[in-house]
Design a protein. Structure first.
Length: 370
């Protein structure tokens, strides 16, 4: 094996070895994993159902990084043993085999290095959570409502590709087949980690069907992604602070979904926060879904206050819906989509609107981890 390859391998191992704090962090995860495993082996743990569920979730999150850390430690041991063998072996055939083994480790160094460093990236604690997806028409009149519908279809296709599931919570239709507001619950694996970058104002530039002179109009819709709050993280709500209204759910064209007052609107009086659900025939189920959405909204508000942004609250998440505020522009005449946060432009608008938004999400995730 040539000296250059050997130096490259040593550089790989030193990336983490020379950073004891990172090694300590990984070791802490390993110790915590062992502690949780021990607790879950104790039958008494399951007397507290919520605690057992919480421990199982935490253990599942730790399983992959702990396994990779153990693989990494085994890798270092192999390197050490192989280097010792090469330096002490007098049999040329055995020495040659050992050098080949060491060279093989070198070839895999890039993928191994990336895998190890990814473990050390601080993960958003909400990444594994399901979400509420809220789409609202912004400025631009009827065209904004139609664009909100386009975003809704795009996300539905993306959800289907990921084999996630959707529960429709609330729909408020506008004229010409558009929507004033759509609220969905999206359930699946690592939903928030992929969808969180969609929050903000989405701007569209195109010639509306109703435009007779061929002029390009600019409209906007806002998207809010809210992680669904775990029961243990829920904001404490005083029942006396709630106003709960029931009404008859209605569908397209004013047709009634059913003939009972099954739709539920919950207002948190101190903050004015409103949550609605009308998509289930059961008033009880609609109330439970609306309460879950309310908890997520209130937790979001609470977190924003901690960041001293109380004067902007929801605006920090979705913006005002004004055309001048945008995270992304969908330009139909040029078939172009631009994400302004990372200065990324792709000429594949049709593909993106067909639910293939992975190129955008992948680049946003990379940018966020740098």
């Amino acid at each position: 094996m040539n000296p250059k390859s050997l130096r490259g391998l040593k550089n790989l191992t030193s990336k983490l070895v020379d950073k004891p704090k990172l090694i300590d962090k990984l070791d802490e995860l390993r110790i915590r994993y062992a502690e949780i495993t021990s607790e879950l082996e104790n039958p008494d743990t399951y007397k507290d159902r919520k605690k057992a569920e919480s421990l199982n979730k935490e253990r599942a999150k730790l399983e992959k990084p702990v396994k990779e850390f153990m693989d990494y430690q085994n890798f270092l041991k192999k390197i050490e043993d192989t280097e010792k063998l090469i330096s002490s072996e007098t049999d040329n055939d055995l020495k040659s085999i050992a050098e080949d083994d060491l060279e093989e480790y070198t070839k895999n160094k890039d993928s191994l290095e990336n895998s190890l460093m990814e473990i050390l990236v601080e993960k958003d604690p909400d990444d594994s959570k399901d979400i509420f997806l809220e789409i609202r028409a912004g400025s631009g009149g009827d065209e904004a409502g139609i664009f909100a519908g386009d975003l809704y279809k795009m996300y539905c296709k993306y959800v289907e590709k990921n084999k996630w599931s959707i529960e429709l919570m609330n729909v408020n239709e506008s004229d010409h087949g558009g929507y004033k507001e759509i609220i969905l619950k999206v359930i699946g694996d690592e939903v928030y980690s992929k969808m969180k970058f969609e929050s903000g104002t989405h701007r569209v530039q195109r010639v509306p069907e109703t435009e007779t002179q061929g002029r390009i109009h600019t409209s906007a819709a806002t998207v809010a992604i809210l992680p669904i709050v775990d029961e243990i993280d829920q904001v404490e709500i005083n029942p006396s602070d709630l106003r709960i209204d029931t009404y008859r759910a209605s569908g397209a064209g004013g047709q009634h979904v059913n003939k009972t007052d099954s739709a539920v609107r919950i207002t948190h009086i101190p903050t004015g926060t409103v949550s609605e659900c009308q998509e289930d025939r059961s008033q009880h189920k609609n109330k439970a879904k609306a309460m879950s959405f309310l908890h997520s909204k209130l937790l979001l508000n609470q977190q924003e206050k901690q960041k001293k942004d109380t004067d902007k609250e929801r605006k920090n998440i979705v913006g005002s819906g004004d055309r001048s505020e945008r995270i992304r522009t969908y330009n139909f005449p040029q078939g172009r989509i631009t994400d302004h946060r990372i200065n990324l432009t792709l000429y594949k608008l049709d593909s993106i609107l067909d639910g293939n938004i992975e190129p955008l999400i992948d680049e946003l995730q990379k940018s966020n981890s740098e």
